[in-house]
Design a protein around this ligand. Structure first.
Ligand SMILES: Cc1cc2nc3c(=O)[nH]c(=O)nc-3n(C[C@H](O)[C@H](O)[C@H](O)COP(=O)(O)OP(=O)(O)OC[C@H]3O[C@@H](n4cnc5c(N)ncnc54)[C@H](O)[C@@H]3O)c2cc1C
Length: 410
């Protein structure tokens, strides 16, 4: 039987392969490396049940000025990348207007709503419970005014989307996180999200589950994909592997594959860095919300992840945010020197309208897209995998796929 090819063994591709397999397809999961070693490896490890609203483009003039002058910790940009970003960022800006953003958020929240219930059976079947902490994470605020705004917003989100939160004042936060050596205004503790101490290992275990269930993994270059005899094929070491259907789940590399096929989608990347500091420090993940970096209690110590860097794929690392975030983190807790290795760099696969691209490629039979999950691809992998597998089988999908279909850009 011809197999379905899933190109890309990150969180999204691996979960797509698992769902197709569960529905009886023979699936071949193709990657040039091991599963979960790219973007899905280096992220902040949050399964973000609270992330019902995608990050809007900032509209506050002071914030924009800080970014433009290169003084922000959370956002950085390469001047040379800007010409290529004008068109997608213009759309992103327009859709961040409150009424438009509310429509985007409604579509996004319908996916996020299922993130825990879709991860749960996979975590169990993959024997990965030891990697997952189910106690939420805290967004901490340095100033009372920022905390006030956050508390109002958290109340709005909780009421609208049924997600749980608790508010901690200065004292309660100090008790919850004794490692903090300076009093802060307080925190919003999002109670529902989960965190994963080794995100790459979770993907590796999902991939192992796929293999244990009879799935095939192939090390090959997805860029060798060709239309062939009414189907598709990729080159492997000793010839070609053929398939009727192929799923592009290449995260930030998807654009490189689909452009030559004629698809010019408004895709761009927000790069991010991480570094590890030995020793446990925090009880739960902590987002320094006014500075825009996150600290994750991780398998290799404390993992510090940075915000968004607007740069072209493949250009050299410029970890200026890493240095700034590290300085800011040291204002809050005693971090030993980082492990002696260069900062990890990855690229969030983003779309101009803040929604992922999931569904049939409009111009090719048997070609399917599953990418563009931006800040929440680790969260959404199992949801995205199920949704795409249901569409491929012509079943009624568990979430209305209309807002995510590739044809919205045609
Ligand atoms: C700093 C940072 C923090 C983040 N924190 C979070 C978080 O806390 N929670 C969350 O939900 N999301 C988070 N994200 C976003 C999340 O990591 C991504 O959305 C997600 O990993 C994307 O998964 P993916 O499977 O689409 O892509 P990837 O994980 O990048 O997988 C793509 C795969 O394609 C393969 N590939 C590429 N080119 C080829 C080729 N030519 N041939 C064969 N294979 C190829 C790669 O090897 C890779 O395995 C974060 C991202 C960053 C950068």
């Amino acid at each position: 039987m011809a197999c379905v090819l899933v190109l890309g063994a990150g969180m999204v591709g691996t979960c797509t392969a698992l769902h197709l397999q569960q529905r009886g397809h023979a699936v071949c999961l193709v990657d040039r490396g091991e599963p979960g070693r790219e973007t899905s490896f280096g992220n902040a490890g949050l399964i973000q049940r609270e992330a019902v609203e995608p990050y809007p483009f900032p509209r506050d003039v002071a914030k924009l000025l800080q970014v433009a002058l290169g003084q922000a910790t959370d956002v950085h940009y390469h001047l040379r990348a800007l010409p290529g970003l004008v068109a997608p960022l213009w759309t992103y800006w327009r859709l961040s207007e409150p009424a438009q953003h509310a429509r985007v958020a409604a579509a996004y929240a319908r996916l996020i709503a299922h993130c825990l219930s879709e991860h749960q059976p996979l975590i169990e079947a993959a024997g990965a419970q030891d990697l997952v902490r189910r106690e939420g994470f805290r967004k901490v605020y340095r100033s009372a005014s920022a905390l006030d705004r956050a508390v109002r917003d958290a109340a709005r989100l909780s009421a609208a989307y049924g997600i749980g939160h608790a508010v901690l004042d200065t004292e309660a936060l100090a008790q919850a996180e004794p490692a903090l050596h300076r009093p802060l205004a307080g925190a919003v503790h999002w109670l529902d999200p989960w965190s994963v101490k080794d995100p790459g290992e979770l993907v590796a275990r999902y991939a192992r589950l796929f293999e244990q269930r009879g799935g095939q993994r192939l090390r090959a270059d997805a860029m060798s994909l060709q239309a062939h005899a009414g189907g598709w094929r990729v080159r492997q070491a000793d010839g070609w592997l053929e398939a009727d259907q192929v799923v592009v789940a290449l995260g930030p590399w998807a654009d490189a594959l689909i452009r030559p096929l004629g698809y010019r989608l408004p895709l761009f990347v927000k790069r991010g860095y991480h570094q590890h500091y030995p020793g446990p420090r925090l009880n739960l993940p902590l987002l320094d919300a006014e500075q825009g970096y996150l600290l994750l209690p991780a398998a290799r110590g404390t993992r510090l992840t940075t915000g968004a860097e607007f740069a072209r794929m493949g250009t050299a690392a410029t970890p200026v945010q890493m240095a700034r975030a590290e300085r800011r983190a040291r204002e809050l807790l005693d971090l030993p020197p980082a492990l002696p290795e260069p900062p990890w760099l990855g690229s969030r696969p983003c779309t101009a309208d803040m929604l992922p691209v999931m569904g049939p490629a409009p111009g090719h039979r048997g070609l399917w897209f599953n990418f563009g999950h931006a800040h929440q691809g680790f969260t959404l992998g199992p949801v995205a995998g199920r949704l795409l597998a249901e569409m491929m089988d012509g079943d009624v999908p568990f979430v209305d796929p209309a807002p995510y279909l590739p044809q919205r850009f045609m």
